[in-house]
Design a protein. Sequence first.
Length: 474
Amino acid sequence: MAEYTKITPELAEELKAFVGPGRFFYAEEVPDDYSRDEMPIYGTHFPEAVFEVESTEEVAAIMKYCNEHKIPVTPRGAGSGLVGGAVPLCGGVVICTTRMNKIINYDMNNLCVDVQVGVRLCDLAADALSHGLMYPPDPGEKTATVGGNVSTNAGGMRAVKYGVTRDYVLSMTVVLPSGEIMKLGRSVCKTSSGYSLLHLICGSEGTLAMITELTLKLIPAPECDVSLILPFADLETAISAVPAIKLANLDPQSIEFMDADIVASSVAYTGTSVFPTEVDGDEVGACLLVTLVAGSEDELDMRMEKFAEAAEEFGCMDILVVDTPSLKKDVWAARSSFLTAIEADTKWLDEMDVVVPVDQIAEFLGFVRETGAAQGLNIRNFGHAGDGNLHIYCCSNTMEEAEFLEKNKIVMDLCYARCQEIGGQVSGEHAIGHAKKQYLLDSVGETGVALMAGIKKVFDPNMILNPGKVCTNI
Ligand SMILES: Cc1cc2nc3c(=O)[nH]c(=O)nc-3n(C[C@H](O)[C@H](O)[C@H](O)COP(=O)(O)OP(=O)(O)OC[C@H]3O[C@@H](n4cnc5c(N)ncnc54)[C@H](O)[C@@H]3O)c2cc1C
């Protein structure tokens, strides 16, 4: 176990000199937000000091100093993570990147963009569109930083067609725990040049190096798109339609699912009702939200026709076309509100972000619901049906904290074990942090975790970077 140095007022005076005025916070000046992410149920831990950095050189100087003095360093973007990844378990310093928010340069010939790591996903997406380009990764929390997205290998709504964040990272500048600055990868379309350190850093959750700049791949923005809402009698029928939708050869950009209960929470939260609750007097139990894209209106019409023809097999009650800009905005705003809507009407909540084979989704969700009910927990779910990534929430409004934690653990243990049995993985996109470490160990085994810990040790022999996360204990 590593021994760390506490930041005394004398050390704090030295640290303060690494950044300009107003960008260093020490002791009681540290704002509360830096003690947690979006899942405070996993515990709050205050850093001793916080830096709001503006350049790679500042990060390098801080890291070198902390390595020499054995002070823990936790990288942080927007703090929107859901597994406690940016929470400084051992105190030390947090390096926050949100001021490193510049979009540096577009390379229109090689279809890529250089950015500082703290640029927000929503700002990059909008700016790329103004250049006629699309940054395909589209995780739900648009105010997350792209650095946080790369560090968690975030997925999102469009992963079913375009893949995940890692697939769009061409190169990056990183600062190693020693303070050395390195460039990994190049702006090329392919490479077979030794172990891919670039891809290793993607998804490493700030445990191997701190990313400061990124070159990200872009694609020409699709000319047109349409979203289709498919209401179903129940969730099982909705989920069962997914393989058929994929086999229809229409390459949907997204296939999201939501049950009636989540839709009701979203209506209560947003005040906007966009998903149907009944069709011809029959109650809707769940919906799929499918998006098709095309290079022209004619091509899109053809795709929609083909979709409608294939729909007989899907078992849906209707197909509602979401084609006007304001309707699209409302529908996707409602979809993006689901987690916040659940949080708004739930006292205690924990989350699973498992990914399972697509043909196992319905069976797995049934298992989770039964397991939750047996412990008196309310199970709520939505997610990315097209790629089997499920966001499942164990909730209670009636239990006291201790009872909730006990029952929740029983449900989580059983469900992660079941996920493993059916060929799933612990996390599809939210990552491991410190909250899901036990389930990672159960899933990849001691040898798997030992290999990860060995890699960590090579990058970070003093164990200063984000200790206690993914594969290390404190
Ligand atoms: C409402 C809501 C919806 C969400 N929807 C999705 C979704 O659809 N898909 C999805 O994948 N996630 C989703 N998330 C989770 C979250 O937004 C992502 O995990 C996101 O990638 C975190 O980015 P961040 O900037 O907030 O990072 P943080 O939470 O600050 O950090 C996350 C991890 O990355 C590390 N890190 C951050 N910056 C750096 C850096 N520069 N160098 C090295 N390590 C770094 C941190 O140490 C930490 O381990 C959602 C969250 C919320 C609240």
